[in-house]
Ligand binder design. Structure first.
Ligand code: ZN
Ligand code: ZN
Length: 407
């Protein structure tokens, strides 16, 4: 891909994605196979005013080696220097950029039991620091084409051609054209007007139906607000947490979900795919799951902690979204979640609650925002999905018909 185009994309992430403030630190997490783009991105971060840019390199094969060779105790131990790093996040509130490029099947064969124990133990130690930065810093997840990922999507092409093809697709979907920042402003305005309408209705419940058997009701918090596109941190900085994004989403009321929902795309979890699954909810909790592939992994996912079996997000995306119309299954949530309507199991986003800054984290969770160490989106959109909203005044308003907006 041409360097000038990559630079536009990097500038979009630095300025529109995390919106670096003058003198702010930036933390980038990227896979080891992306040195060229990361160098451009670091340069753009400094140009946008960053004081210090830190890159945390990751490498999937190493993750597998660590889990294989370390004892459970060693895996679960959080070292002092790691805690110090989280203290630095809390104090300095750096912007965080995550570049995803990994192989969707890259963790196949890993010892899941050990990995689960490691994640649970580490999360319990680091949770106070994560809670302390919640809502306060800008963050952005964007994608770059990893070679193995690209080959999986375009197996008929050579490695080089596949990477180039995936670059084209990523940049098109991310609206990297002549003036990407202006394109994002227009896109954000459109998403906002849809959210404004949804928020004017006083929705208490979303009712989902599709011919695949989906029949689900999800309760909404009175203070819940649909959000889409950019958002504003508690420090007052406007940023775009996902590039791309096509969704209007809301955090549902914990404990209020009844019925069954069928997945319409595979869910990539911990480097493995869970396929053709259904989840039945009772009193808000996932009480029964079935999957044609990796059912056991799905069970592990919903038992990571107590909140992992409860919903943390309801997102509305038309089935005709540019990502769905590309016809590509990306095996990556950042893209696939923007292909059609989805739900998420696990943590709910506090910033979808009206005036969330005036409540403590505890109050927000009491209000109905679910808490969990996981947040996993799964796709439920079909071309015949219908969604109705039951509103506070008792009216039932059509929101989705035939897989797309009814208004
Ligand atoms: Zn979402
Ligand atoms: Zn989500």
């Amino acid at each position: 891909m041409k360097k000038t185009v990559l630079r536009k994309y990097a500038a979009l992430i630095a300025r529109c994605g995390v919106n670096i403030q003058k003198g702010q630190d930036v933390l980038i997490r990227a896979e080891l196979d992306q040195p060229e783009f990361v160098a451009i991105l670091v340069d753009e971060c400094y140009k946008a005013g960053a004081r210090k840019v830190i890159v945390d390199w990751t490498h999937q094969p190493l993750e597998k080696l660590h889990v294989r060779h370390r004892s459970v105790k060693a895996l679960c131990t959080v070292e002092d220097f790691e805690v110090a790093k989280f203290r630095y996040y809390e104090e300095k509130l750096p912007c965080r950029i995550v570049l995803v490029s990994e192989d969707p099947d890259g963790l196949n064969g890993i010892n899941r039991g050990k990995m689960q124990k490691m994640q649970q133990a580490r999360h319990s130690v680091l949770k106070p620091y994560l809670d302390a930065i919640e809502g306060k810093h800008q963050w952005c997840v964007a994608a770059v084409p990893g070679a193995v990922w690209a080959k999986k999507l375009f197996p008929e092409l050579t490695r080089r051609q596949a990477v180039e093809r995936l670059w084209e697709v990523i940049l098109k979907i991310a609206r990297v054209d002549d003036d990407p920042i202006a394109a994002w402003e227009a896109h954000n305005t459109d998403l906002k007007s849809r959210c404004d309408y949804l928020n004017s209705l006083g929705i208490r419940e979303l009712i989902y139906h599709a011919s695949n058997g989906t029949d689900l009701r999800v309760g909404m918090m009175e203070q819940g607000r649909f959000c889409g596109g950019g958002e504003t941190s508690l420090k007052g900085v406007y940023f775009n947490p996902n590039i791309p994004t096509e969704e209007c989403f809301v955090t549902p009321m914990r404990g209020e979900a009844e019925g069954i929902v069928y997945s319409t795309k595979p869910l990539s979890y911990q480097g493995q795919l869970i396929e053709n699954f259904s989840i039945r909810f009772e009193g808000g909790r996932a009480v029964e799951v079935h999957a044609e592939k990796n059912e056991e992994l799905l069970r592990t996912m919903i038992s990571m902690d107590e909140g992992a079996a409860y919903l943390g997000e309801c997102a509305l995306v038309p089935f005709t979204s540019p990502i769905n119309e590309s016809g590509i299954l990306f095996y990556n949530t950042l893209f696939d979640e923007n292909a059609c309507c989805h739900l998420a199991l696990g943590m709910g986003y506090i910033d979808t609650v009206q005036d969330y800054g005036s409540y403590s984290l505890e109050e927000l969770r009491k209000m109905g925002v679910n808490d969990s160490m996981i947040h996993e989106d799964f796709m439920i959109g079909t071309n015949d999905l219908s969604i109705d909203a039951r509103c506070a005044d008792g009216k039932v308003v059509p929101i989705f018909r035939d897989g797309t907006w009814a208004f």
